[in-house]
Design a protein around this ligand. Structure first.
Ligand code: 13P
Ligand code: ZN
Length: 267
C-alpha cells in the first residue's frame, strides 16, 4: 500500500493536485512539461519511510531539514499529472542535515528542475511561520507576454495595471505582483530572486518565463494566477480594440482597499 493510500489527508491533497494540474493544462498554461507544483506535507506524514533513492541539494536548506514535500516530477506533463498524479509526482523528505533528500513515494522520479526555488520558498515560509504551504508555477500566455515589455518591468507598474483592469484583482491578489528579472530556469539565482520578491507579494512573474504563486492551498494559488491572467487578457483585449484602456483610477482602487480592508503595499 502506498503512502498516499494510507493517509487520507495526503490522498485529498493528491486529488487537488490532479484537479489543479488539469486546470493548468486546460487554460493553455502548461505546454509539454511547463510548470511545477509543490506542497509542504510534513504535518501529514508520520513514521519512517524506506528511501527509494537519495539526491544531494545544490545548497543546504537547514530551516526545513526533515520536512516532507509533495512535488511534481521534472519533465512531467500537467495533463498526465491530472490523470495519474502519483506516477508523475513524488513525496520527498529532506535529511536532518538539510543538504540532501530521499524520495519516499511512490516511484523514484526526479523532482522538478525548479526544486531550488520551491524549497527556498518553503524554507522562507517556515522561517516566517507563514501558513503558506503550497507553491504553484505555470506559464500563463498573457501574463508572460506582458513581461516582454520593458515598461511593465518597472517596480509596481504591472501590478498596478493588472489591479486596475477589474475590481476582483485588487481583492483576490491584495499584495500585488512582484517582478523577478530573467534568470536561468532551475537556477539558485532564480530561487534567491523569487524569495526576495515574495517578501512583498504572494505572486511573482518570472520575466519572459512564467508566474509563481504561494498560498495556503492549491486552489488559492490557482485562483490568484487565474485572476491575474484574466486582468492581462482584459488589458490585451481592450488594447486590441484600438487604444490603451482607461483602467480603474487611483481613487477607485483606494476605495476598494478601504471597503475590503486590503493591505496598501506596492502593487
Ligand atoms: P520541470 O519539468 O523540471 O518541472 O520544468 C518545467 C518548468 O516550467 C521549468 O521552469
Ligand atoms: Zn517554467
Amino acid at each position: 500500500m502506498s503512502i498516499v493510500d494510507r493517509n487520507s489527508r495526503l490522498a485529498a491533497l493528491v486529488d487537488e493536485l490532479s484537479e489543479v494540474a488539469l486546470y493548468l493544462w486546460q487554460r493553455g498554461w502548461a505546454e509539454r512539461n511547463g510548470g511545477n507544483i509543490s506542497a509542504n506535507i510534513t504535518d501529514m506524514l508520520d513514521g519512517d519511510y524506506t528511501p527509494l533513492s537519495t539526491f544531494p541539494l545544490p545548497r543546504p536548506f537547514p530551516a526545513i531539514a526533515g520536512c516532507a514535500f509533495l512535488v511534481t516530477g521534472t519533465g512531467k506533463r500537467m495533463r498526465d499529472i491530472a490523470r495519474q498524479p502519483m506516477n508523475n509526482a513524488v513525496v520527498l523528505r529532506l535529511h536532518p542535515s538539510g543538504n540532501a533528500y530521499d524520495l519516499v513515494a511512490d516511484y523514484p522520479i526526479p523532482p522538478t528542475s525548479e526544486l531550488p526555488a520551491h524549497l527556498a520558498i518553503h524554507e522562507q515560509a517556515s522561517l516566517r511561520h507563514s501558513p503558506a504551504k503550497v507553491v504553484c508555477h505555470t506559464h500563463p500566455t498573457e501574463l508572460v507576454a506582458l513581461t516582454h515589455h520593458r515598461r511593465f518591468l518597472q517596480p509596481g507598474a504591472l501590478g498596478r495595471l493588472l489591479w486596475s483592469m477589474i475590481p476582483e484583482t485588487r481583492i483576490i491578489v491584495p499584495r500585488g505582483v512582484g517582478i523577478v528579472p530573467y534568470e536561468l530556469p532551475g537556477s539558485l539565482a532564480l530561487a534567491n530572486a523569487t524569495v526576495k520578491a515574495l517578501e512583498y507579494h504572494d505572486v511573482v512573474l518570472w520575466e519572459k518565463h512564467g508566474c509563481l504563486a504561494t498560498g495556503d492551498s492549491l486552489a488559492e494559488t490557482f485562483d490568484a494566477i487565474d485572476t491575474l491572467a484574466k486582468s492581462a487578457a482584459i488589458y490585451l483585449a481592450a488594447l486590441s480594440a484600438g487604444q490603451e484602456p482607461e483602467g480603474l483610477s487611483d481613487q477607485q482602487l483606494d476605495d476598494l482597499a478601504a471597503a475590503f480592508h486590503l493591505p496598501t503595499s506596492p502593487a
